[in-house]
Design a protein around this ligand. Structure first.
Ligand code: BMA
Length: 856
């Protein structure tokens, strides 16, 4: 096997005028035009509007390379491109090798007859995706509607391209194109190994592995196949036919560690490789595919029960409480889909105690780097097929294209331990009820839907990945159940958007008791640093043209301000408004998650919308575009803590709740206090010893708000006090999972066997928040500069910033008791190194308090 990597420096030609400029491959053509200065930064101000012409034109990627005689000596040379966006022709030395029309399928074309000795010229003609969509629309027998966002490209649902590239309610419309992931020429004398599969099954104290390989041979012949998994080898001489064939070997392995989701155990991975070579050639000379696999039994338990239909991920016999967020592409410009950024996003999720990400159906099937890293780190993946918020045609051509895509992706992801299930689409079932056309003629669109969803996607999963759960849609009450799962909470997975999209109060979260929530969310405005990145200085205002252009939800700002008026006293000034919007976003999602976790085992999952942003914007994201955590992401580390101590205020009663995801029983000392808001003085105290079963949730204390009393029986108005609760682990019995110090540490770090919480009991705006007279000092430590924050009175949602230094503190949005102290570690941004002196100059503190001049 011989390989010429073709990644690197290419040329991008504009077909309309023949102009040329350099282009990096892998990469996208808009990024090349930005780099050459021909396009302004589409993320700044409203520049996005000025770059729409690019998606309406054809572009040609050109590259020259030398072919060594040895390559021409090979029986066959294949051009292999992992991801080409989208409608493209491939021309080698003027010979058209073939075309593609789907960014979600690998392109493999025979280049043998076009290859010449010495200098060769490869061209990839990327056709306008917008034109392709319009051409497809013109051929439709009837309209196939799609959801349209403020800036968007038409008929996005007719082209197999990441749907959100055409604009979304959090993202820009950048109809770019290009070659993403790898592109190479493969010289082969024997068959090409197209795919491999290791279907593992527990077998007593070991595992059987059904190892399969899909070959594509230029001609019939004798082939030597080598299979190896976890060090166990097996070989096979096969007479393969020309074209495609599949070969399977069953191997048995023992003494392998099981793979667990993060927090439940280790993520042991083992080598799996299959190679194919002409039988008369030496071992190692053929084509080989190598990967790492884990051994685990993972399924989804979706069973009828007294409530409705349960939904829980079960791994190696243990039910997993899945907690996390929805993942959208790592950037709006594919050139920035770097493995480092993808790993940094997964690390951020892990840092927030997440164990599950949903790869959402309006984006892309993620890169190998993503799934490999999730395997390594134990991050479970709910995987959508790439259909979202639209109806889709069921013409023969479209279904054939989707079938090839689904089979390619089902095989590609089948051996990733992290992938928990396949889901047909995002909201495409519900969408049948959204559009005039489909409301007027549902039967036609239901048939289209089912032909594609069950007829193609479901079938591909059932055939190629039968051990993995196929879930028809998100939300969905389950197979063959087409009820509205935006409002029904008893069955399957739910999208709960009544708080936000329907403008309901946060207390509405406490009215639903879902089984599995795949989407719910609340927007925040971006940080000042992010706002400065996209708005001119004169437009640093939420309703300035630049700012409104970076708010893609038509009622977004109004919903944010209305919620502020509902719960808080109105902020004064731009920065305070940004901060308060982030406090309320964190408060909203915390309210939902703490309640739903307290409903375990009825509710077994919560994934909020959304983990990340594709550009700088006001959105539902917990992370800023530069990956700096918003207060939501900080709070997530607390409300997703495997051992959660929470206060749920519902129907006029404050309940102290403990939730334990660990398997073992634990003993705690509980302390609950009512404290005076003005100075933190303790007015009433309760303490007790308790045994907490593993994998359970329990109410530890109830306090009716209309009957709060101090030690001496004095009635207490709920707006004048706050509830402080803490648990301390009495002694530890060693639970075998997690750490001897009692916690399910993610990274082996010791977890303090103590939890504490401070909560206001009514809408914050009703409370006279004291001036906590926060103070701080910077201290040096072995791991770098630290900030010691001290409070003289109760302080809520404390945040320390150090703009413009690159980096952030390791926590924010925390509460401090009177006399309380908190040490914050500084985390430098990529390539930055802040000194204590620089921090001294830059630090700024803030906490939830009503309209007062910003501290200097
Ligand atoms: C759901 C998601 C996304 C959308 C989000 C916020 O519909 O599936 O399509 O961005 O809500 O509106």
């Amino acid at each position: 096997m011989e390989c010429i990597e073709l990644a690197g420096a290419w040329t991008l030609a504009r077909v309309a005028d023949g102009s040329r400029r350099p282009m990096a491959v892998p990469g996208d053509l808009m990024s090349a035009l930005i780099a050459s200065g021909e396009l302004p930064d589409p993320y700044f101000d409203r520049n996005e509007l000025g770059v729409q012409w690019v998606g309406r034109e054809d572009w040609r990627l050109e590259r020259e390379f030398d072919a060594a005689p040895s390559l021409l000596g090979r029986k066959r040379t294949l051009l292999v491109a992992e991801q080409v966006d989208t409608v493209a022709d491939f021309i080698l030395n003027g010979v058209k090798l073939g075309s593609s029309a789907n960014m979600f399928r690998r392109v493999v074309l025979d280049a043998t007859r076009a290859l010449v000795p010495g200098r060769n010229r490869l061209e990839i003609l990327i056709k306008s995706p917008e034109k392709a969509a319009l051409e497809a629309a013109a051929k439709l027998a009837y309209p196939v509607p799609w959801s349209i966002y403020p800036v968007s490209s038409p008929h996005r649902n007719l082209v197999r391209k990441a749907q959100c590239m055409s604009g979304w309610d959090w993202g820009p419309c950048l109809m770019t194109g290009g070659v993403y992931e790898g592109i190479a020429l493969l010289g082969l004398d024997g068959p090409c190994v197209e795919w491999t599969r290791a279907r593992t099954r527990r077998d007593g104290d070991g595992w059987t592995v059904e190892a399969s390989v899909g070959l594509d041979s230029g001609e019939a012949g004798e082939v030597g196949l080598e299979f190896s998994v976890a060090g166990v080898r097996s070989s096979l001489e096969a007479s393969v036919p020309a074209g495609r064939s599949t070969w399977t070997r069953v191997l048995r392995v023992s003494e392998v560690e099981p793979w667990w989701p993060v927090g439940y155990g280790g993520q042991a991975l083992y080598d799996f490789a299959v190679s194919a070579r002409p039988a008369d050639q030496p071992a190692g000379s053929g084509h080989e595919l190598r990967k790492r696999i884990g051994f685990r039994e993972l399924s989804v338990r979706a069973e009828e029960d007294s409530v409705g239909r349960s939904f829980a991920i079960v791994c190696n016999g243990r039910e997993v409480w899945a907690k996390g967020a929805n993942w959208i592409p790592a950037d709006a410009l594919p050139s920035r889909w770097k493995a480092e950024r993808i790993r940094a996003l997964v690390d951020a999720a892990l840092d927030a105690n997440m164990n599950c990400l949903r790869v959402w159906g309006g984006g892309r099937y993620e890169s190998d780097a993503f799934y490999d890293y999730c395997d390594q780190k134990g991050m479970l993946v709910w995987q959508d097929f790439m259909f979202s918020c639209a109806l889709y045609p069921s013409s023969r051509g479209f279904l054939e294209e989707v079938d090839a895509e689904a089979r390619f992706q089902a095989r590609r992801l089948a051996d990733h331990s992290c992938v928990a299930l396949w889901c047909g689409n995002n909201e495409a079932l519900g969408a049948i009820g959204w559009y005039e056309e489909s409301k007027g003629n549902p039967a036609r669109y239901i048939v289209d839907y089912d032909r594609l969803n069950e007829g193609v996607l479901g079938r591909a999963v059932r055939e190629l990945d039968p051990d993995r759960t196929w879930w028809p849609s998100s939300p969905s009450a389950g197979p063959d159940d087409f009820s509205d799962n935006w409002h029904a909470d008893a069955r399957g997975d739910m999208h709960y958007w009544s708080v936000w999209h329907e403008g309901k109060p946060l207390s509405a979260y406490l009215e639903v008791e879902p089984r599995f929530v795949s989407e719910f969310g609340f927007q925040a405005l971006p940080s000042l640093r992010t706002a400065r990145g996209f708005a001119p200085e004169t437009q640093l205002n939420p309703t300035s043209p630049a700012f409104e252009h970076h708010q893609r939800h038509e009622r977004g700002n109004a919903l944010i301000l209305a919620t502020m008026a509902r719960y808080f006293r109105m902020p004064s000034g731009f920065e305070a408004t940004l901060y308060l919007s982030q406090v309320q976003q964190a408060l909203a999602i915390r309210t939902a998650v703490e309640w739903w976790r307290s409903l375990r085992p009825r509710c077994m999952r919560a994934l909020y919308w959304q983990l990340n942003d594709v550009w700088p914007v006001a959105s539902w994201s917990g992370l800023e575009y530069d990956l700096a955590p918003r207060l939501l992401h900080r709070e997530a580390r607390r409300f997703f803590d495997p051992t959660l101590l929470a206060v749920v205020v519902r129907d006029g009663v404050a309940r102290v709740v403990l939730v334990e995801d660990g398997a073992e029983e634990r003993e705690w000392t509980l302390r609950v206090e009512l404290k005076r808001l003005a100075d933190g003085a303790s007015l009433a105290t309760w303490s007790s010893e308790l045994r907490m079963a593993g994998e359970s949730a329990r109410v530890l204390k109830e306090l009716p708000l209309d009957a709060l009393r101090s030690h001496d029986g004095t009635a207490l108005a709920p707006e004048t006090v706050y509830l402080a609760a803490s648990i301390e682990e009495a002694r530890h019995k060693g639970n075998g999972i997690g750490r001897a110090d009692g916690g399910m540490g993610r990274d082996g770090a010791a977890r303090p066997a103590r939890r504490s919480v401070m909560r206001l009991l009514v809408e914050p705006k009703r409370c006279e928040l004291p001036d906590p007279r926060l103070s701080w000092r910077v201290a040096e430590s072995a791991s770098g500069p630290e900030l010691v924050v001290r409070s003289e009175a109760p302080a809520f949602w404390v945040e320390a910033l150090a703009d413009p230094l690159s980096g952030h503190f390791d926590d924010a949005g925390f509460d401090l008791e009177a006399g309380g102290e908190r040490i914050l570690r500084w985390i430098d941004g990529p390539g930055a190194k802040a000194t204590a002196a620089a921090l001294e100059k830059a630090v700024k503190l803030r906490e939830l308090r009503w309209s007062h001049a910003e501290r200097a």
